[in-house]
Design a protein around this ligand. Sequence first.
Ligand code: FAD
Length: 447
Amino acid sequence: GPSIVWFRDDLRLADNPALRAALERDEPVIGLYVLDEESPGIRPLGGAARWWLHHSLASLADRLRERGGTLVLRRGPAGRVVRETVTDAAAGAVFWNRRYGGHERDIDADLKSRLRDDGVEVASFAGSLLFEPWTVKTGAGTHFSVFTPFWRACLGLPTPRPPLPEPREVDGPRRAPASDTLDDWALLPREPDWAGGLRETWEPGEPAARRRLRAFLADDLDGYDRARDEPSAGATSLLSPRLRWGEVSPHTVWHETLDAGQGGRFLSELGWREFAWHTLYHFPELATRNLRPEFDSFPWPRLKPSLLRAWQQGRTGVALVDAGMRELWHTGYMHNRVRMVAASFLVKNLLIDWRRGEEWFWDTLVDADDANNPFNWQWVAGSGADAAPYFRIFNPELQAKKFDGDRHYVREWAPEHLGDPPPTPVVDLGESRKAALAAYEHVKRAA
Ligand code: FAD
Protein backbone atom coordinates (compact mmCIF):
# COMPACT_ATOMS: atom_id res chain seq x y z
CA GLY A 1 0.00 0.00 0.00
CA PRO A 2 0.91 3.72 -0.17
CA SER A 3 3.62 5.39 1.91
CA ILE A 4 2.67 8.13 4.34
CA VAL A 5 5.07 10.99 5.01
CA TRP A 6 4.08 12.54 8.29
CA PHE A 7 5.17 16.19 8.07
CA ARG A 8 5.77 18.02 11.34
CA ASP A 9 8.31 20.85 11.73
CA ASP A 10 9.75 20.09 8.28
CA LEU A 11 7.36 21.71 5.81
CA ARG A 12 9.56 21.29 2.74
CA LEU A 13 10.24 19.01 -0.19
CA ALA A 14 13.98 19.59 -0.56
CA ASP A 15 16.33 17.88 1.85
CA ASN A 16 13.56 15.91 3.45
CA PRO A 17 14.88 12.44 4.37
CA ALA A 18 11.43 11.07 5.28
CA LEU A 19 10.04 12.12 1.91
CA ARG A 20 13.00 10.63 0.12
CA ALA A 21 12.52 7.30 1.92
CA ALA A 22 8.89 7.29 0.83
CA LEU A 23 9.81 8.02 -2.78
CA GLU A 24 12.37 5.22 -2.78
CA ARG A 25 9.68 2.76 -1.73
CA ASP A 26 8.03 3.14 -5.10
CA GLU A 27 4.42 3.22 -3.95
CA PRO A 28 2.06 6.22 -4.07
CA VAL A 29 2.97 8.89 -1.51
CA ILE A 30 0.54 10.61 0.85
CA GLY A 31 1.69 13.69 2.76
CA LEU A 32 0.02 14.03 6.15
CA TYR A 33 -0.07 16.91 8.61
CA VAL A 34 -1.77 16.47 11.98
CA LEU A 35 -2.86 19.47 14.02
CA ASP A 36 -2.47 18.06 17.51
CA GLU A 37 -3.83 20.27 20.25
CA GLU A 38 -4.96 17.37 22.40
CA SER A 39 -2.10 15.05 23.26
CA PRO A 40 -0.99 15.61 26.84
CA GLY A 41 2.15 17.73 27.06
CA ILE A 42 1.95 19.11 23.53
CA ARG A 43 2.06 22.87 23.74
CA PRO A 44 -0.73 24.49 21.72
CA LEU A 45 0.67 26.89 19.12
CA GLY A 46 0.64 30.62 19.75
CA GLY A 47 -1.30 33.04 17.56
CA ALA A 48 1.58 34.15 15.33
CA ALA A 49 2.70 30.55 14.87
CA ARG A 50 -0.79 29.54 13.76
CA TRP A 51 -0.73 32.28 11.15
CA TRP A 52 2.59 31.04 9.79
CA LEU A 53 1.51 27.43 9.85
CA HIS A 54 -1.61 28.16 7.79
CA HIS A 55 0.37 29.76 5.00
CA SER A 56 3.22 27.31 5.09
CA LEU A 57 0.83 24.35 4.82
CA ALA A 58 -0.98 26.04 1.96
CA SER A 59 2.32 26.39 0.14
CA LEU A 60 3.36 22.80 0.86
CA ALA A 61 0.00 21.48 -0.35
CA ASP A 62 0.37 23.44 -3.62
CA ARG A 63 3.87 22.17 -4.17
CA LEU A 64 2.86 18.58 -3.58
CA ARG A 65 -0.11 18.97 -5.91
CA GLU A 66 2.06 20.46 -8.68
CA ARG A 67 4.18 17.31 -8.51
CA GLY A 68 1.26 14.91 -8.56
CA GLY A 69 1.02 14.39 -4.81
CA THR A 70 -1.37 15.30 -2.06
CA LEU A 71 -1.36 16.66 1.49
CA VAL A 72 -3.94 15.26 3.90
CA LEU A 73 -4.85 17.45 6.87
CA ARG A 74 -6.23 15.90 10.02
CA ARG A 75 -6.78 17.09 13.53
CA GLY A 76 -6.60 15.32 16.89
CA PRO A 77 -4.18 13.40 19.09
CA ALA A 78 -1.39 12.40 16.73
CA GLY A 79 -0.99 8.85 18.04
CA ARG A 80 -4.58 8.04 17.15
CA VAL A 81 -4.92 10.14 14.01
CA VAL A 82 -1.86 8.76 12.26
CA ARG A 83 -3.05 5.19 12.77
CA GLU A 84 -6.52 6.06 11.52
CA THR A 85 -4.99 7.57 8.41
CA VAL A 86 -2.90 4.45 7.87
CA THR A 87 -6.09 2.39 8.00
CA ASP A 88 -8.08 4.73 5.74
CA ALA A 89 -5.31 4.80 3.14
CA ALA A 90 -4.44 1.11 3.52
CA ALA A 91 -0.88 2.40 3.83
CA GLY A 92 2.06 0.05 4.02
CA ALA A 93 4.62 2.43 5.46
CA VAL A 94 4.96 5.64 7.51
CA PHE A 95 8.03 7.88 7.50
CA TRP A 96 8.87 10.97 9.51
CA ASN A 97 11.77 13.19 10.56
CA ARG A 98 12.50 13.12 14.27
CA ARG A 99 11.25 15.49 16.95
CA TYR A 100 13.27 16.14 20.09
CA GLY A 101 10.86 17.31 22.80
CA GLY A 102 10.06 14.83 25.57
CA HIS A 103 6.32 14.36 24.98
CA GLU A 104 6.80 14.35 21.21
CA ARG A 105 9.37 11.59 21.50
CA ASP A 106 7.04 9.54 23.70
CA ILE A 107 4.21 9.88 21.20
CA ASP A 108 6.43 8.94 18.28
CA ALA A 109 8.01 5.96 20.02
CA ASP A 110 4.64 4.60 21.07
CA LEU A 111 3.23 5.07 17.60
CA LYS A 112 6.22 3.39 16.03
CA SER A 113 5.79 0.24 18.07
CA ARG A 114 2.02 0.10 17.53
CA LEU A 115 2.36 0.52 13.79
CA ARG A 116 5.00 -2.18 13.69
CA ASP A 117 2.67 -4.46 15.62
CA ASP A 118 0.11 -3.76 12.91
CA GLY A 119 2.64 -4.87 10.31
CA VAL A 120 3.30 -1.38 8.93
CA GLU A 121 6.82 -0.35 7.96
CA VAL A 122 8.00 2.67 9.99
CA ALA A 123 11.22 4.66 9.91
CA SER A 124 12.34 7.99 11.37
CA PHE A 125 15.14 10.20 10.13
CA ALA A 126 17.42 13.05 11.13
CA GLY A 127 16.12 16.09 9.31
CA SER A 128 15.82 19.02 11.68
CA LEU A 129 19.17 19.19 13.47
CA LEU A 130 22.74 19.05 12.18
CA PHE A 131 23.83 16.77 15.00
CA GLU A 132 21.67 14.22 16.78
CA PRO A 133 21.61 15.02 20.52
CA TRP A 134 22.88 11.62 21.64
CA THR A 135 25.98 11.91 19.46
CA VAL A 136 27.43 15.00 21.15
CA LYS A 137 29.10 14.07 24.44
CA THR A 138 31.79 15.29 26.79
CA GLY A 139 34.86 13.16 27.45
CA ALA A 140 33.02 11.83 30.50
CA GLY A 141 30.06 10.76 28.37
CA THR A 142 27.66 13.40 29.70
CA HIS A 143 26.05 16.23 27.77
CA PHE A 144 27.41 19.76 27.59
CA SER A 145 26.15 22.65 29.67
CA VAL A 146 28.51 25.25 28.17
CA PHE A 147 28.26 26.38 24.56
CA THR A 148 31.89 26.76 23.45
CA PRO A 149 33.01 23.18 24.22
CA PHE A 150 29.65 21.93 22.92
CA TRP A 151 30.16 23.55 19.56
CA ARG A 152 33.80 22.50 19.42
CA ALA A 153 32.66 18.91 19.98
CA CYS A 154 30.05 19.25 17.22
CA LEU A 155 32.64 20.56 14.80
CA GLY A 156 34.80 17.54 15.61
CA LEU A 157 32.07 15.13 14.51
CA PRO A 158 31.62 14.00 10.89
CA THR A 159 30.48 17.01 8.90
CA PRO A 160 26.68 17.29 8.37
CA ARG A 161 25.54 15.47 5.25
CA PRO A 162 24.93 17.51 2.11
CA PRO A 163 21.28 18.37 1.43
CA LEU A 164 19.13 15.99 -0.60
CA PRO A 165 17.75 17.29 -3.91
CA GLU A 166 14.15 18.35 -4.27
CA PRO A 167 11.99 15.67 -5.91
CA ARG A 168 10.40 16.58 -9.24
CA GLU A 169 7.55 14.12 -8.98
CA VAL A 170 5.61 12.87 -5.99
CA ASP A 171 2.97 10.46 -7.21
CA GLY A 172 -0.11 10.43 -5.05
CA PRO A 173 -2.64 7.63 -4.58
CA ARG A 174 -5.53 7.25 -7.00
CA ARG A 175 -7.94 8.03 -4.19
CA ALA A 176 -6.62 10.11 -1.26
CA PRO A 177 -8.07 9.62 2.23
CA ALA A 178 -10.42 12.31 3.54
CA SER A 179 -8.85 15.58 4.55
CA ASP A 180 -9.86 18.67 6.48
CA THR A 181 -9.42 22.01 4.75
CA LEU A 182 -7.19 24.72 6.17
CA ASP A 183 -10.28 26.84 6.67
CA ASP A 184 -11.73 24.14 8.94
CA TRP A 185 -8.81 24.75 11.28
CA ALA A 186 -9.33 28.52 11.56
CA LEU A 187 -5.65 29.17 12.14
CA LEU A 188 -5.90 32.76 10.94
CA PRO A 189 -7.18 35.54 13.20
CA ARG A 190 -10.69 36.79 12.38
CA GLU A 191 -11.96 39.63 14.55
CA PRO A 192 -9.84 41.53 15.19
CA ASP A 193 -7.50 40.72 12.34
CA TRP A 194 -4.14 41.55 13.90
CA ALA A 195 -2.12 39.84 11.17
CA GLY A 196 -1.71 42.82 8.82
CA GLY A 197 1.86 43.43 9.97
CA LEU A 198 2.69 39.77 9.53
CA ARG A 199 1.36 39.80 5.96
CA GLU A 200 3.45 42.90 5.18
CA THR A 201 6.58 41.36 6.63
CA TRP A 202 6.67 37.70 5.66
CA GLU A 203 6.10 35.24 2.90
CA PRO A 204 5.88 31.77 4.43
CA GLY A 205 6.67 28.65 2.40
CA GLU A 206 9.68 26.81 1.04
CA PRO A 207 10.35 28.86 -2.12
CA ALA A 208 10.49 32.14 -0.19
CA ALA A 209 12.72 30.56 2.44
CA ARG A 210 15.20 29.45 -0.21
CA ARG A 211 15.16 32.88 -1.83
CA ARG A 212 15.78 34.50 1.54
CA LEU A 213 18.74 32.24 2.21
CA ARG A 214 20.28 33.01 -1.19
CA ALA A 215 19.75 36.76 -0.77
CA PHE A 216 21.29 36.75 2.68
CA LEU A 217 24.34 34.82 1.54
CA ALA A 218 24.84 37.04 -1.50
CA ASP A 219 24.26 40.40 0.19
CA ASP A 220 24.80 40.16 3.94
CA LEU A 221 27.06 37.28 4.93
CA ASP A 222 30.22 39.39 4.59
CA GLY A 223 28.95 42.12 6.87
CA TYR A 224 27.24 39.79 9.34
CA ASP A 225 29.89 39.78 12.08
CA ARG A 226 30.11 43.56 12.08
CA ALA A 227 26.43 44.51 11.85
CA ARG A 228 24.50 41.60 13.36
CA ASP A 229 23.97 43.41 16.66
CA GLU A 230 22.45 46.56 15.18
CA PRO A 231 18.68 46.21 15.07
CA SER A 232 18.15 48.67 12.22
CA ALA A 233 20.93 47.32 9.99
CA GLY A 234 18.90 44.48 8.45
CA ALA A 235 22.08 42.46 8.69
CA THR A 236 20.79 39.11 9.93
CA SER A 237 19.33 36.27 7.92
CA LEU A 238 15.68 36.37 9.08
CA LEU A 239 15.77 32.62 8.69
CA SER A 240 14.48 31.84 12.19
CA PRO A 241 10.81 31.22 11.29
CA ARG A 242 11.92 29.31 8.20
CA LEU A 243 14.11 27.05 10.31
CA ARG A 244 11.40 26.83 12.94
CA TRP A 245 8.93 25.42 10.41
CA GLY A 246 11.57 23.52 8.52
CA GLU A 247 10.92 25.33 5.24
CA VAL A 248 14.66 25.20 4.86
CA SER A 249 16.83 22.62 6.59
CA PRO A 250 19.87 23.43 8.70
CA HIS A 251 21.87 21.20 6.35
CA THR A 252 20.96 23.37 3.41
CA VAL A 253 21.87 26.52 5.33
CA TRP A 254 25.12 24.95 6.50
CA HIS A 255 26.34 23.82 3.09
CA GLU A 256 25.20 26.84 1.13
CA THR A 257 26.91 29.08 3.70
CA LEU A 258 30.18 27.20 3.38
CA ASP A 259 29.88 27.35 -0.41
CA ALA A 260 29.34 31.11 -0.18
CA GLY A 261 32.46 31.79 1.87
CA GLN A 262 33.48 31.75 5.50
CA GLY A 263 30.53 32.32 7.78
CA GLY A 264 32.04 30.91 11.01
CA ARG A 265 30.21 33.38 13.18
CA PHE A 266 26.93 32.87 11.34
CA LEU A 267 27.29 29.09 11.52
CA SER A 268 27.93 29.32 15.25
CA GLU A 269 24.48 30.92 15.57
CA LEU A 270 23.12 27.75 14.03
CA GLY A 271 25.20 26.12 16.76
CA TRP A 272 23.15 27.96 19.39
CA ARG A 273 20.04 26.56 17.79
CA GLU A 274 21.54 23.08 18.09
CA PHE A 275 22.56 23.76 21.69
CA ALA A 276 19.04 24.87 22.62
CA TRP A 277 17.47 21.75 21.06
CA HIS A 278 20.00 19.45 22.66
CA THR A 279 19.29 21.11 26.00
CA LEU A 280 15.57 20.46 25.51
CA TYR A 281 16.30 16.85 24.60
CA HIS A 282 18.13 16.37 27.91
CA PHE A 283 15.77 18.56 29.94
CA PRO A 284 12.23 18.27 28.54
CA GLU A 285 10.75 20.68 31.09
CA LEU A 286 12.79 23.59 29.76
CA ALA A 287 9.76 25.87 29.35
CA THR A 288 8.49 25.47 32.88
CA ARG A 289 11.39 24.61 35.18
CA ASN A 290 14.64 26.36 35.99
CA LEU A 291 17.55 24.46 34.55
CA ARG A 292 19.56 25.54 37.57
CA PRO A 293 17.42 24.51 40.56
CA GLU A 294 18.88 27.14 42.90
CA PHE A 295 16.73 29.60 40.95
CA ASP A 296 13.64 27.89 42.36
CA SER A 297 14.20 29.91 45.51
CA PHE A 298 14.15 33.23 43.64
CA PRO A 299 11.73 35.48 45.54
CA TRP A 300 9.53 36.75 42.69
CA PRO A 301 7.31 39.51 44.09
CA ARG A 302 3.54 39.33 43.54
CA LEU A 303 2.83 39.95 39.86
CA LYS A 304 1.69 43.46 39.03
CA PRO A 305 -0.48 42.91 35.96
CA SER A 306 -0.22 46.56 34.92
CA LEU A 307 3.57 46.25 34.62
CA LEU A 308 3.32 43.06 32.60
CA ARG A 309 0.80 44.74 30.33
CA ALA A 310 3.00 47.82 29.90
CA TRP A 311 5.83 45.55 28.79
CA GLN A 312 3.63 43.53 26.42
CA GLN A 313 2.28 46.67 24.80
CA GLY A 314 5.60 48.48 24.56
CA ARG A 315 4.67 51.23 27.01
CA THR A 316 7.42 50.84 29.62
CA GLY A 317 8.86 54.28 28.95
CA VAL A 318 12.21 52.68 28.08
CA ALA A 319 12.93 53.39 24.43
CA LEU A 320 14.67 50.25 23.21
CA VAL A 321 12.30 47.97 25.13
CA ASP A 322 9.22 49.73 23.81
CA ALA A 323 10.53 49.69 20.25
CA GLY A 324 11.29 45.97 20.47
CA MET A 325 7.95 45.00 21.97
CA ARG A 326 6.13 46.90 19.24
CA GLU A 327 8.24 45.40 16.49
CA LEU A 328 7.25 42.04 17.96
CA TRP A 329 3.56 42.83 18.04
CA HIS A 330 3.54 44.23 14.53
CA THR A 331 5.79 41.76 12.72
CA GLY A 332 5.95 38.62 14.88
CA TYR A 333 9.70 39.12 15.08
CA MET A 334 12.21 41.03 17.18
CA HIS A 335 15.90 41.53 16.56
CA ASN A 336 18.08 39.33 18.79
CA ARG A 337 19.89 42.15 20.58
CA VAL A 338 16.57 43.76 21.43
CA ARG A 339 15.10 40.43 22.54
CA MET A 340 17.92 40.22 25.06
CA VAL A 341 17.37 43.75 26.31
CA ALA A 342 13.56 43.47 26.49
CA ALA A 343 13.77 40.11 28.26
CA SER A 344 16.35 41.35 30.73
CA PHE A 345 14.18 44.38 31.47
CA LEU A 346 11.18 42.18 32.26
CA VAL A 347 13.10 39.82 34.51
CA LYS A 348 15.61 42.13 36.16
CA ASN A 349 13.95 45.54 36.24
CA LEU A 350 10.27 44.63 36.49
CA LEU A 351 11.11 41.50 38.55
CA ILE A 352 8.59 39.43 36.60
CA ASP A 353 9.16 35.68 36.31
CA TRP A 354 10.82 34.75 33.00
CA ARG A 355 7.99 32.29 32.32
CA ARG A 356 5.51 35.17 31.85
CA GLY A 357 7.79 36.68 29.22
CA GLU A 358 8.35 33.34 27.57
CA GLU A 359 4.60 32.83 27.28
CA TRP A 360 4.15 36.23 25.61
CA PHE A 361 6.91 35.51 23.12
CA TRP A 362 5.40 32.07 22.53
CA ASP A 363 2.15 33.68 21.50
CA THR A 364 3.57 36.53 19.42
CA LEU A 365 6.75 35.27 17.69
CA VAL A 366 6.52 33.60 14.29
CA ASP A 367 9.73 31.73 15.16
CA ALA A 368 8.71 30.58 18.66
CA ASP A 369 9.65 26.96 19.23
CA ASP A 370 9.83 24.54 22.14
CA ALA A 371 13.59 24.84 22.51
CA ASN A 372 14.91 28.24 21.42
CA ASN A 373 12.34 30.33 23.21
CA PRO A 374 12.55 28.87 26.73
CA PHE A 375 16.29 28.26 26.32
CA ASN A 376 16.95 31.92 25.54
CA TRP A 377 14.63 33.14 28.28
CA GLN A 378 16.46 31.03 30.80
CA TRP A 379 19.73 32.26 29.36
CA VAL A 380 18.69 35.86 30.00
CA ALA A 381 17.22 35.06 33.42
CA GLY A 382 20.43 33.40 34.55
CA SER A 383 18.77 30.09 35.32
CA GLY A 384 19.71 28.39 32.05
CA ALA A 385 22.57 26.64 30.27
CA ASP A 386 25.73 28.74 29.91
CA ALA A 387 23.56 31.63 30.99
CA ALA A 388 24.41 35.28 31.43
CA PRO A 389 25.10 35.66 35.16
CA TYR A 390 22.11 37.07 36.93
CA PHE A 391 24.07 40.01 38.31
CA ARG A 392 24.94 41.19 34.79
CA ILE A 393 21.97 43.43 34.18
CA PHE A 394 21.67 45.10 30.80
CA ASN A 395 21.36 48.84 30.98
CA PRO A 396 18.81 49.46 28.22
CA GLU A 397 19.97 53.04 27.73
CA LEU A 398 23.58 52.09 27.21
CA GLN A 399 22.49 49.26 24.94
CA ALA A 400 20.51 51.74 22.87
CA LYS A 401 23.51 54.09 22.59
CA LYS A 402 25.77 51.28 21.57
CA PHE A 403 23.58 49.44 19.08
CA ASP A 404 21.06 52.08 17.97
CA GLY A 405 23.28 55.13 18.14
CA ASP A 406 21.53 56.93 15.28
CA ARG A 407 18.15 55.97 16.81
CA HIS A 408 16.81 54.59 13.53
CA TYR A 409 15.27 51.63 15.29
CA VAL A 410 13.57 53.61 18.04
CA ARG A 411 12.36 56.15 15.48
CA GLU A 412 10.76 53.41 13.45
CA TRP A 413 8.97 51.60 16.27
CA ALA A 414 8.56 53.97 19.20
CA PRO A 415 8.98 57.50 17.83
CA GLU A 416 7.46 59.20 20.87
CA HIS A 417 10.78 58.55 22.59
CA LEU A 418 12.37 61.14 20.32
CA GLY A 419 9.91 63.74 21.56
CA ASP A 420 10.45 66.31 24.25
CA PRO A 421 9.91 65.36 26.98
CA PRO A 422 10.33 61.65 26.31
CA PRO A 423 8.10 59.16 28.20
CA THR A 424 8.98 58.37 31.82
CA PRO A 425 10.06 54.82 32.65
CA VAL A 426 7.53 52.75 34.65
CA VAL A 427 10.31 51.85 37.08
CA ASP A 428 13.49 53.66 38.04
CA LEU A 429 16.32 51.80 36.29
CA GLY A 430 18.82 52.23 39.13
CA GLU A 431 16.45 51.36 41.96
CA SER A 432 14.98 48.34 40.21
CA ARG A 433 18.47 47.10 39.46
CA LYS A 434 19.31 47.22 43.16
CA ALA A 435 16.12 45.35 44.06
CA ALA A 436 16.98 42.63 41.52
CA LEU A 437 20.46 42.20 42.94
CA ALA A 438 19.03 41.95 46.47
CA ALA A 439 16.56 39.26 45.33
CA TYR A 440 19.43 37.40 43.70
CA GLU A 441 21.10 37.00 47.10
CA HIS A 442 18.52 34.27 47.83
CA VAL A 443 19.68 32.30 44.82
CA LYS A 444 23.30 32.60 45.88
CA ARG A 445 22.43 31.29 49.31
CA ALA A 446 20.51 28.36 47.80
CA ALA A 447 23.36 27.43 45.42
P1 FAD B 1 20.57 35.18 12.53
O1 FAD B 1 21.47 36.08 13.31
O2 FAD B 1 20.60 35.32 11.07
O3 FAD B 1 20.93 33.69 12.97
C1 FAD B 1 20.75 32.55 12.12
C2 FAD B 1 19.96 31.48 12.83
O4 FAD B 1 20.66 31.02 13.98
C3 FAD B 1 18.62 31.94 13.35
O5 FAD B 1 17.65 31.93 12.34
C4 FAD B 1 18.35 30.95 14.45
O6 FAD B 1 17.82 29.75 13.93
C5 FAD B 1 19.73 30.69 14.99
N1 FAD B 1 19.98 31.52 16.17
C6 FAD B 1 20.49 32.77 16.22
N2 FAD B 1 20.60 33.19 17.50
C7 FAD B 1 20.15 32.19 18.28
C8 FAD B 1 19.99 32.01 19.67
N3 FAD B 1 20.35 32.96 20.56
N4 FAD B 1 19.48 30.86 20.13
C9 FAD B 1 19.12 29.87 19.26
N5 FAD B 1 19.24 29.99 17.93
C10 FAD B 1 19.74 31.13 17.43
N6 FAD B 1 15.06 32.13 18.23
C11 FAD B 1 14.16 31.30 17.67
O7 FAD B 1 14.42 30.78 16.58
N7 FAD B 1 12.96 31.04 18.27
C12 FAD B 1 12.62 31.61 19.46
O8 FAD B 1 11.53 31.33 19.99
C13 FAD B 1 13.53 32.51 20.07
N8 FAD B 1 13.24 33.13 21.24
C14 FAD B 1 14.15 33.97 21.82
C15 FAD B 1 13.85 34.58 23.04
C16 FAD B 1 14.75 35.44 23.65
C17 FAD B 1 14.43 36.06 25.00
C18 FAD B 1 16.00 35.71 23.02
C19 FAD B 1 17.00 36.61 23.67
C20 FAD B 1 16.30 35.10 21.81
C21 FAD B 1 15.39 34.23 21.19
N9 FAD B 1 15.70 33.59 19.96
C22 FAD B 1 14.78 32.74 19.41
C23 FAD B 1 17.05 33.67 19.37
C24 FAD B 1 17.31 34.79 18.35
O9 FAD B 1 16.87 36.02 18.85
C25 FAD B 1 16.64 34.53 17.00
O10 FAD B 1 16.94 33.22 16.56
C26 FAD B 1 17.16 35.52 15.95
O11 FAD B 1 16.90 36.83 16.36
C27 FAD B 1 16.50 35.23 14.63
O12 FAD B 1 16.85 36.17 13.67
P2 FAD B 1 17.72 35.74 12.41
O13 FAD B 1 17.14 34.51 11.81
O14 FAD B 1 17.86 36.91 11.53
O15 FAD B 1 19.10 35.37 13.12
